[in-house]
Write a protein that binds this ligand. Sequence first.
Ligand SMILES: Nc1ncnc2c1ncn2[C@@H]1O[C@H](COP(=O)(O)OP(=O)(O)OP(=O)(O)O)[C@@H](O)[C@H]1O
Length: 281
Amino acid sequence: MTAPTTPVVELAHAGFAYEDGPEVLSDVCFAVAGGRAVALLGRNGGGKTTLLRLLSGGLRCGAGALLLDGAEVAYDRKGLTRLRTSVQLVVQDPDDQLFAASVAQDVSFGPMNLGLPEEEVRLRVDGALAALDITPLADRPTHLLSYGQRKRAAIAGAVAMRPRVLVLDEPTAGLDPDGQERLLETLERLRAAGTAVVMATHDVDLALRWADEAAVLSPAGLRTGPVGELLADGALLDAARLRRPWATPVARLLRSRGLLPEGARGPRTAEELDALLARTG
Ligand SMILES: Nc1ncnc2c1ncn2[C@@H]1O[C@H](COP(=O)(O)OP(=O)(O)OP(=O)(O)O)[C@@H](O)[C@H]1O
């Protein structure tokens, strides 16, 4: 019997420096188990993008190793192809990802590159467009899409690869509130279907309501753990130059008024706060 806790993908004591540059990441241990929602947080220039590129094989660990299903990834064609069928990165700027003439052509590129039969490619493209709610945009030239539509098309390209881990670099940046909500709903549906999602973000409120786990980069290194625990750690947030989530003072206030027992998890959304207040009268 295989242990259910074996991560799908894992950086084990990973270190990395860009050419002629200082070490950006050192001794990073970061594991993603199936179906989890992980928020990666940290200050500008802290190394989030670098970490996501290491995790998805776009950059090669200078020290330590990248593991897929517990086995070290070989950075050769076969090893990287195997990795990319399991782990897909969507970069922050969709214009760095989209290149084909139409949305459907762009989304089909990855599955076609895997050498899948035409019918399978079509099924995957249709499924990914539907998952991202952009089916009507299938034949639209990518350069005529709005920014939010380009973001969704870029994510659809990754989803069409049916990865077990979807890695998103600041996917909500530049989206309006409705666009953010729609994207979170999409990610929830993907997660319900078993896809793990790792998301770099500066938005602590979004991380708290969306993620199971957090990974916080600070000058002291990477800390990982339950999102509620890490985002309640003021010293860690200060070191990572992150602000406090709104839920932190609200929970303190609720506790001081006897509305939330010590040790109980505080509300993380307006809806949860409303439900708690309704319960406590
Ligand atoms: N291609 C590169 N060559 C040299 N240095 C780089 C390169 N890309 C990033 N860096 C440096 O590596 C460090 C980490 O950058 P990275 O983009 O990983 O941070 P980040 O946490 O994603 O930042 P942000 O929140 O601003 O997007 C920074 O000091 C950056 O200047």
